[in-house]
Design a protein around this ligand. Structure first.
Ligand code: NAP
Length: 308
């Protein structure tokens, strides 16, 4: 194992993402020590029990003191207030980052509270599961996944490179883009698909003709895959939609138009057009598998014959 890249990593928030970073950073020897804190006493106590940090502090301010890398791993909507809280406690030259799924609002809300003496490099590891909390994390979460950086113009390139080296050590591939571009790309690849899942599962839950038990019983079809996505953390996703409003509404507009077009194809028995679209979408799926972003195993590799 090579020399640690950072002396002290401070994690503010230790849920799925924060605890995965802690586990991966330790497994890779990326930092000398990890200081962690979380909002609730319960989570802090659990982090101590799990032993995934060297020190657990009661307050955010205490956690970041003396750290050369600070990563804020909490819902997007709470990041501004936390930046305000930690701003005056940050060590000179520290790299301050986050993991939020929306980026323009992070730059807007966190940036003004951070002193000029630190390097602010917002980041989004595009990796996750539908589970939450410190028990849900695992060291391999970021392997072969993208971590998108959205540094504001003028950010020190050395700080960007140092953070990139950290994420690469955790197994991720790093890409840099503007926060606005990030939010448009993620609106279509992640945010709108989640909204569609929440919507279809919500519609099924409200349906009177089909009993709830039938929805559960016959959920081996496409519906089951939607329910996995629709089980994602309600608070995190509330904040994603409230903070990426414009891009989500724009993509949703296009989606609704395309859906209306599909509706018409079905109404007019246009099998040829339906087949052409489904062939195109199948090719896109193949592209994702070839890029190593998913498994080609049938049914997402789920074991058959018993429940997973
Ligand atoms: P999580 O498992 O629910 O953990 C959230 C953490 O944030 C917990 O430590 C929680 O503390 C803390 N927290 C919640 N509300 C807070 C508030 N108002 N102020 C301060 N701390 C607060 O969530 P996660 O999945 O790790 O997500 C964290 C961030 O990563 C989010 O910004 C999300 O957009 C981003 N992200 C998530 C995924 C994913 O798939 N889940 C993927 C990429 C990025 P307590 O436990 O004490 O309440």
């Amino acid at each position: 194992m090579s020399e640690p890249l950072f002396d002290t990593l401070a994690l503010v928030g230790v849920g799925l993402i924060g605890s995965s970073i802690a586990r991966a950073a330790r497994a890779q020897g990326a930092v000398r020590s990890i200081v962690a804190t979380a909002r609730s006493r319960k989570t802090r106590a659990r982090v101590v029990e799990l032993g995934i940090a060297d020190k657990v502090t009661e307050t955010n301010a205490e956690a970041v003191e003396g750290a050369d890398l600070v990563i804020v791993c909490i819902p997007v909507g709470a990041c501004g207030a936390v930046a305000e809280e930690i701003g005056s406690h940050l060590a000179q030259g520290a790299i301050v980052s986050d993991v939020g799924s929306v980026k323009a609002s992070i730059v807007r809300d966190m940036g003004p509270h951070l002193p000029d003496t630190v390097h602010f490099v917002p980041a989004h590891p595009v990796a996750g599961t539908e589970h939450s909390g410190p028990d849900a994390g695992f060291a391999e979460l970021f392997e072969n996944r993208w971590c998108i950086f959205t540094p504001p113009p003028g950010t020190d390139p050395q700080a960007i490179e140092k953070l990139a080296a950290f994420w690469r050590l955790l197994g991720a591939k790093v890409e840099i883009m503007s926060s606005e571009h990030h939010d448009i790309v993620l609106a279509i690849t992640s945010h709108v698909p989640h909204l569609i899942a929440y919507n279809i599962v919500g519609t099924a839950a409200d349906m009177e003709q089909v009993t709830q038990s039938e929805v559960v019983k016959f959920s081996a079809g496409g519906f089951r895959d939607f329910t996995r996505i629709a089980a994602s953390d309600p608070l995190m996703w509330r904040d994603v939609f409230l903070n990426n409003k414009d891009a989500v509404l724009e993509m949703l507009g296009r989606f609704s138009e395309d859906l209306a077009a599909l509706q018409r194809l079905i109404r007019w028995d246009d099998g040829e057009a339906l087949e052409a679209l489904f062939t195109r979408t199948r090719a896109l799926r193949r592209g994702i598998i070839e890029a190593g972003q998913d498994t080609a195993a049938a049914d997402f590799g789920r074991p058959h014959g018993h429940e997973d």
